[in-house]
Design a protein around this ligand. Structure first.
Ligand code: DI6
Ligand code: FE
Length: 410
């Protein structure tokens, strides 16, 4: 008997491929073959070229279970020390966000905690969050810096992000978010801080290969359009792609700015205007929607989903996992919130956490079930794609595959 050509063959699956023309790229009674960490064949069981056990060393039947690409969480601030549950409590007892910020809370309280944590402590505190996302089906994860706001603190965060990827086998893409908040020691010296970030911190961390992309918080309480442009110019010189927290609380025309630099994504976008959308469409910049922050802040202004559809801008959804405005540890729940809060269809929401999220990270080798894609898969205790958005809470994951190997998520 000749040697089987594939390492593994999964039979009798309901495949949501997000490729091809069918809704969700659905293939019923499907089979998917894996070889050397990649997808080697996808199609209907009855189209397999030979008897399954002659094709693959290992053959498993999934009894109709749903299989999707591994989920991609394309916007998180998952590495930080401490938490802000106390501020949550204060807010529900009448304190405003501004009161808390004036008392040294808000982003700066996470900066203080993160600066005070060793690399080991930061890793230990961030690990359970990454594991929670993995157990929920996330196989690729973006992690931002932005709670260090000095060279040493930003470096520590990015090193921890890289280590999470190495130790868990997930793909971690890092974004440098030095322009997240003005550190207290630079109060009244904004320009000096922007100069420090652009001329020293970013080039140093880029040279250390800790930065995959550059992000900023372009907002009245964050950094201006002009400050963001200075950062993007430096990113361009360094050959790094850009993305932006844009139009979350007001319209500073950040989406058009990031599109001008050919950016990967513009994120949040509740206050996005049609001219920003036109610029994003022309540049191929992905719209990343973050329903966790919308929910936690009890926002009422919806992102312009209908206009994004009209201009065919790809939409992604992410957790925005962070200690202040989105302590959310389920990307599947984020997709469900994208449906209920933002009125996305389940298919749009699921494309938003797979193929479009991969695009928002500039990764073309994942996000669909297609030949030559990385074999990052999730087998679900579900039979149709809409269930993934429909169930609120619970754990629907039966098995997660990373690079062609099933892993334990217990
Ligand atoms: N937008 C957000 O939603 C988070 N950062 C940002 O730029 C909030 C981060 C925090 O409150 O810690
Ligand atoms: Fe964010």
């Amino acid at each position: 008997m000749s040697t089987p050509r594939w390492d593994r063959l999964l039979m009798n699956a309901t495949l949501a491929t997000f490729a091809g023309d069918a809704p969700c790229g659905l293939i019923e009674r499907g089979a998917i073959a894996i070889h050397r960490g990649r997808i080697a064949w996808v199609g209907r069981v009855d189209a397999l070229p030979a008897a399954p056990d002659t094709l693959s060393a290992i053959v498993d039947s999934l009894d109709g279970a749903l299989v999707t690409p591994g989920l991609v969480d394309c916007h998180t601030h998952l590495v930080f020390a401490g938490d802000r549950a106390h501020e949550f409590d204060l807010r529900l007892n009448g304190a405003s966000y501004e009161d808390i910020a004036r008392a040294g809370g808000g982003i700066i309280s996470s900066v203080t905690a993160t600066r005070g944590a060793s690399e080991e402590q930061l890793y230990a505190q961030s690990l359970p969050r990454a594991l929670a996302l993995l157990a929920d089906g996330v196989t690729t994860l973006e992690i931002k810096s932005g709670y260090g706001l000095n060279l040493d603190g930003e470096r520590r965060m990015l090193r921890v992000a890289r280590r999470l990827g190495r130790e868990l086998g997930m793909t971690v893409r890092t974004s440098f978010l030095g322009l997240h908040a003005l550190p207290p020691e630079y109060k009244d010296r904004r320009d000096d801080y922007v100069t420090l970030v652009c001329d020293e911190i970013l080039p140093t961390l880029a040279a250390e290969k800790l930065v995959d992309a550059v992000d900023a918080f372009c907002e009245s309480i964050g950094f201006s359009h002009a400050e963001t442009r200075r950062l993007f110019e430096r990113a361009k010189q360094l050959g790094l792609p850009v993305k932006l927290h844009a139009e979350q609380l007001s319209d500073l025309h950040g989406a058009a700015l990031v599109a001008e630099y050919g950016g990967l994504s513009a994120d949040h976008l509740e206050h996005l205007s049609e001219s920003g959308i036109v610029a994003m469409a022309a540049a191929g910049t992905v719209a990343v929607l973050l329903p966790g922050a919308f929910y936690a802040l009890r926002e009422t202004k919806l992102p312009p989903v209908e206009l994004l559809r009209k201009h065919a801008v790809a939409m992604a959804i992410a957790t925005d996992c962070n200690p202040g405005t989105s302590p959310l540890l389920s990307l599947r729940l984020a997709a469900g919130m994208g449906c209920t809060l933002f009125r996305l269809t389940p298919e749009e929401a699921l494309r938003g956490v797979t193929v479009n999220a991969a695009r928002a990270l500039g990764l073309a080798d994942r996000g669909t079930l297609a030949v030559d894609q990385r074999a990052d898969l999730v087998v679900w205790n579900a039979r149709q794609p809409a269930e993934l958005c429909y169930w609120i809470g619970g754990n629907l994951v039966r098995q997660v595959w990373l690079g062609g190997e099933p892993i334990s998520t217990d």
